[in-house]
Design a protein around this ligand. Structure first.
Ligand SMILES: O=C(CO)COP(=O)(O)O
Length: 137
């Protein structure tokens, strides 16, 4: 089960706090994150993260590519709803691919807390079944 972590600049402190709070759960999964988010989390926790490009430089698209290959099972993407982003089309594409591939995506802290607890309880295990089905097609 693989988790993608992304946060816009105004939400970086929040995602770091989230990762500190849930470090023991997150440490059991393969983690991916966009460039600056990954660096902040690795600087402030012991989590190992596969660091992708920074969001504005294609990191959201790299996560999109991992969604297509069924390599991401949960996306925690703490968006800043009050600041426009130069790479908004990439952000929309990432969210769209979550819908295409039925990947849960939390775009704020409240939903992130629910999803991480669901992950911990094994409630996303259906993702493995779904992946197997898609691989057979
Ligand atoms: O811009 C982002 C997501 O759209 C996040 O990118 P960084 O983690 O590199 O700041």
């Amino acid at each position: 089960m693989n988790v993608a972590l992304v946060a816009h600049d105004e939400m970086k402190d929040t995602i770091v706090g989230f990762c500190i709070g849930y470090e023991s759960i997150l440490s059991r999964y393969k983690l991916y994150a966009t460039g600056t988010t990954a660096k902040r989390i690795m600087d402030e926790t012991k989590l190992k993260i596969n660091r992708l490009a920074s969001g504005p430089l294609g990191g959201d698209q790299q996560i999109g590519s991992l969604l297509v290959t069924q390599d991401i099972d949960l996306v925690i993407f703490l968006r800043d709803p009050l600041t426009s982003q130069a790479h908004e089309p990439d952000i929309q594409a990432l969210i769209r691919l979550c819908d295409v591939y039925h990947v849960p995506i939390a775009t704020n802290l409240a939903s992130a807390e629910i999803f991480i607890k669901a992950l911990d309880r094994g409630e996303l295990a259906w993702r493995e079944v779904r992946k197997t089905k898609i691989q057979r097609n």
